[in-house]
Design a protein around this ligand. Structure first.
Ligand SMILES: *Cc1c(COP(=O)(O)O)cnc(C)c1O
Length: 400
């Protein structure tokens, strides 16, 4: 008989302001519904909540796609779901890679047995429509083009509409990673012609990690329904899961009940604010933060015309130690921000202003805390100018 060698304390942890690339802070209303008693996964009252979650998801995705549901798992489970349901061995695929998450799409597409053509983009910039056009010309009969709408590793927002039209002209589907854009940046699946998309709950929806909303239009569904081979993952097989989320209510796996409660509440909060108001709020706070960053004497990293409003990347000045600054922010202020991934590790910070966290008080807090962290490092950030620049953005907004 093995015995435990120590006692375990109650779960108590320090207060944090989650201003990193995710998870982001969760709305207290969402936490409250997670404590509600469970319903069974086939209880008529739970089925009603599932239907409502689907309706709300269609609103935030701006789509009428029937096949719109939250997969069990985090954002990466959505990426796995979309690619493994659409791809079969030997299929030709084009993926734009200008950051870490595009690379992950390539990895998954390879695991599906697809032939993958990579459009190599520059980190911090978007993939240009001409690059996609060229790739589609080079690789005839590509089945789909995969792009990251909000590249959380670099802070750019990739335009999709023009590229969707290009892909369709070549008979390919457009698949978009909307993990950090859903609920935080303009996203209109139907109007733009995005054929399949996936997202996550833990970024701009201000909900804990655990579900991954996906949406397939009729074209994508046709591809799914005309597969020659079974979907390789039993758990992520949409042909079965849609029978549970659809009218049949066929048991597949037990829905993570409390997470569905959480997502429904998070989406209700989005609907109460209104999508457009929410996009505007993210945009305003991002602009104020960027102005503040410049005021401090730092430089935003991403291509300025395509700034992602939910995640801002900041160049780390020469001589400043990345890890020391992030540790200082965590210890002294309880603020979490992210470091760079891959080729930009040690070169940028990633500051998330997502969902409920996209707020003026966090903009001011992050700027002031960053200035104090930089001072520790011997870099003289001009804190007054940083805060004044952010204030000026809010002031100019009030005039309109
Ligand atoms: C966070 C993120 C993911 C992965 O989501 P997980 O919840 O970590 O699995 C995928 N794509 C993008 C763009 C992301 O930001």
């Amino acid at each position: 008989m093995l015995q435990l060698e120590r006692e375990y304390t109650d779960l108590v942890h320090s207060e944090r302001v989650l201003l990193g690339p995710g998870p982001s802070g969760v709305d207290p209303r969402v936490l409250r519904v997670m404590a509600a008693p469970l319903l069974g996964h086939l209880d008529p009252e739970f089925l009603q909540l599932m239907d409502e979650t689907g309706e709300l998801l269609r609103y935030v995705f701006q789509t009428e796609n029937d096949l719109t549901l939250p997969m069990s798992g985090t954002g990466s489970a959505g990426m796995d779901t979309v690619l493994s349901n659409l791809l079969e061995p030997g299929d030709k695929v084009i993926v734009g890679v200008c950051g870490y998450f595009g690379r992950r799409m390539v990895d998954i597409a390879h695991r599906c047995g697809a032939q993958v053509k990579v459009i190599e983009g520059e980190w911090g910039r978007i993939i240009e429509p001409e690059q996609v056009e060229d790739a589609l010309g080079d690789m005839s009969a590509a089945k789909l083009v995969g792009l990251v709408h909000a590249e959380t590793s670099t802070g750019i927002l990739q335009p999709l509409k023009e590229i969707a039209a290009i892909a369709h002209r070549h008979g390919a589907l457009l698949v978009a990673d909307c993990v950090t854009s859903l609920g935080g940046a303009p996203l209109k699946l139907d109007e733009w012609g995005v054929d399949a998309a996936y997202s996550g709950t833990q970024k701009c929806l201000s909900c804990p990690p655990g579900l991954s909303p996906i949406s397939f239009n009729e074209e994508a569904r046709k591809v799914l329904n005309s597969r020659r081979t079974e979907v390789p993952s039993w758990y992520l097989d949409l042909t079965m899961i849609e029978r549970y989320w659809g009218k049949e209510r066929f048991y597949h796996h037990t829905a993570p009940i409390s997470m569905v409660y959480a997502l429904r509440e998070a989406l209700r909060i989005v609907a109460e604010e209104g999508l457009e108001a929410r996009w505007k709020r993210h945009d305003l706070n991002a602009r104020a933060f960027c102005a503040g960053i410049r005021g401090l004497g730092l430089k935003p990293f991403a291509q300025p015309e395509y700034l992602l409003p939910s995640l801002i990347t900041v160049g780390i000045p020469n001589g400043v130690e990345d890890g020391a600054v992030r540790q200082f922010l965590l210890q002294e202020y309880g603020i979490e921000i992210g470091g760079g991934l891959g080729p930009v590790q040690g070169q940028i910070w990633r500051v998330g202003l997502m969902g409920a966290n996209s707020h003026r008080k966090n903009v001011t807090l992050a700027l002031a805390a960053l200035a104090s962290a930089l001072k520790e490092q011997g870099f003289r950030a001009t804190v007054e100018e940083g805060l004044a620049a952010a204030d000026a953005v809010y002031a100019s907004q009030e005039d309109v």
